[in-house]
Design a protein around this ligand. Structure first.
Ligand SMILES: Nc1ncnc2c1ncn2[C@@H]1O[C@H](COP(=O)(O)OP(=O)(O)O)[C@@H](O)[C@H]1O
Length: 192
């Protein structure tokens, strides 16, 4: 436990640590609603999810190469997305938390993925709606996420896509695939 806290403090600035605590608490409450058996796991994944967020690009790349992770040319152009898989490996191998569900949730928290689990969606959404976040759609996203995780994901991905496009930022090519997956999942629910 002491080592866990020490590694968190060593890797995260005060502001990022405060964000991570917000994500952990929000993930706990989202799990209380959607995945009660795993609320402690959601808290743990939430507090550690951004552990590699402040690493320089070279460190993320070297660390992931060492783990045998396949870094694509696209990843090299937008290295920020690598903090998610880098964090997942760090939590597993340095914090020694050998839990595949936490590994996946952390790994998927920036881009999402097709077939995300409830825990994956909880961490993704908690990251966006924790109390420290401040954007126009936050309140609405919070309400929708507590009602329905997949609808929350669809709204979150649409918001992110709009935000990145407006800011002329790179949109990862995997985003369309994930967005289409959630569009279909929500359409299925609507047709019932
Ligand atoms: N779909 C995407 N395509 C490309 N870059 C993205 C995408 N989603 C997020 N990002 C980038 O990753 C950064 C970190 O996002 P995120 O992981 O959600 O936040 P956090 O820093 O809390 O982990 C964003 O500021 C954005 O620049």
């Amino acid at each position: 436990m002491k080592r866990f806290l020490q590694l968190l403090q060593e890797n995260l600035s005060e502001d990022r640590l405060s964000h991570s605590l917000g994500v952990a608490r929000t993930a706990f409450y989202l799990a209380k609603k959607h995945l009660p058996a795993k609320k402690e796991k959601a808290f743990l994944a939430g507090i550690a999810h951004d552990i590699a967020r402040e690493w320089p690009a070279e460190r993320m790349i070297a660390f992931l190469k060492d783990k045998g992770y396949d870094i694509t040319p696209e990843d090299k152009l937008n290295t920020v997305v690598l903090h998610a898989p880098a964090g997942a490996y760090f939590i597993r191998d340095m914090l020694r938390i050998y839990d595949e569900e936490i590994f996946n949730a952390v790994s998927r928290h920036t881009l999402g993925a097709v077939g995300m689990t409830d825990l994956d969606m909880i961490i993704f959404l908690a990251d966006l709606i924790e109390p420290g976040r401040n954007f126009a759609q936050r309140q609405n996203l919070l309400i929708v996420s507590f009602q329905d995780l997949k609808r929350g994901m669809l709204l979150a991905l649409e918001n992110t896509l709009e935000y990145l496009t407006k800011k002329n930022k790179t949109v990862d090519s995997r985003t369309t695939l994930v967005l289409n997956y959630f569009r279909e999942e929500v359409a299925k629910k609507d047709s019932i």
